[in-house]
Design a protein around this ligand. Sequence first.
Ligand SMILES: C[S@@+](CC[C@H](N)C(=O)[O-])C[C@H]1O[C@@H](n2cnc3c(N)ncnc32)[C@H](O)[C@@H]1O
Length: 253
Amino acid sequence: MINPSPLPPLWAAPEISCARAEPLAREIGTVLVDTLPARGQVLVLESNRLLFRLIGDHELKGSLWVDFNTARATRRSRQVGSELLVKAARIRRVEQPLLIDATAGLGQDGFLLATHGFQVEMIEMNPVVAALLADGLARAAEVEQLAEVVGRIQLHRGNSVERLASLTRKPHVIYLDPMFPERSKSAKVKQNLRLLQHLDAHTVSPEELLTTALATQAKKVVVKRPLKGPYLCDEKPSYSLKGKAVRFDVYLV
Ligand SMILES: C[S@@+](CC[C@H](N)C(=O)[O-])C[C@H]1O[C@@H](n2cnc3c(N)ncnc32)[C@H](O)[C@@H]1O
């Protein structure tokens, strides 16, 4: 079968019904193939998860999928007050601030913020990344300890520049995490980032994203940057919180 789409094809494991696989392929905008390709990018639908794989790539052998039920996620959520991102995004005297995560990606940051009480609207424009994220959220909703957190998250597919320009409800915070070169020493994270980059999940016009975010008059716009990277759009923030490898630039509007 010829894949007319630049997106990876979807292959479903034999136990998966067409009734489950076909709508997913349609939603992503890709084709459903009946044989697992011998090489290249592919989305694999297994009974309990959706994976992205690069078949035949000797350097990137792993798979990419979203799992919020891990020891790392639990550890991060328990470090009350010590997560820099949470400190950067926090709004005084507002218990459940509305935060728009305009570059949701694999949802790690957005999920952490929801764990700390934020109402999070995630926006992701890459259809494959959005499908992986939706799959991870659906699985997390089935886990008793995570269901409440998932209940505070909404996922939208699309371009944040457009969505931010037509908001009906003003958020307290807008969070931007534009893609930047490798930032972690952890081999696993490195691999996930590289797989994510293979999906062409780059930030579309980060400058426009910042300008649109600032124009919404949200109380705060928080931007994740490499520790020593330049300010986004050369726009000096109100202040920055610095970690070991990253920095959060906070713009008070
Ligand atoms: C570095 S990743 C974000 C990682 C995320 N913070 C996390 O914790 O997993 C950037 C993501 O933003 C998405 N993106 C870039 N520009 C966008 C836009 N204008 N609207 C929506 N999503 C966008 C990309 O597709 C990519 O998945």
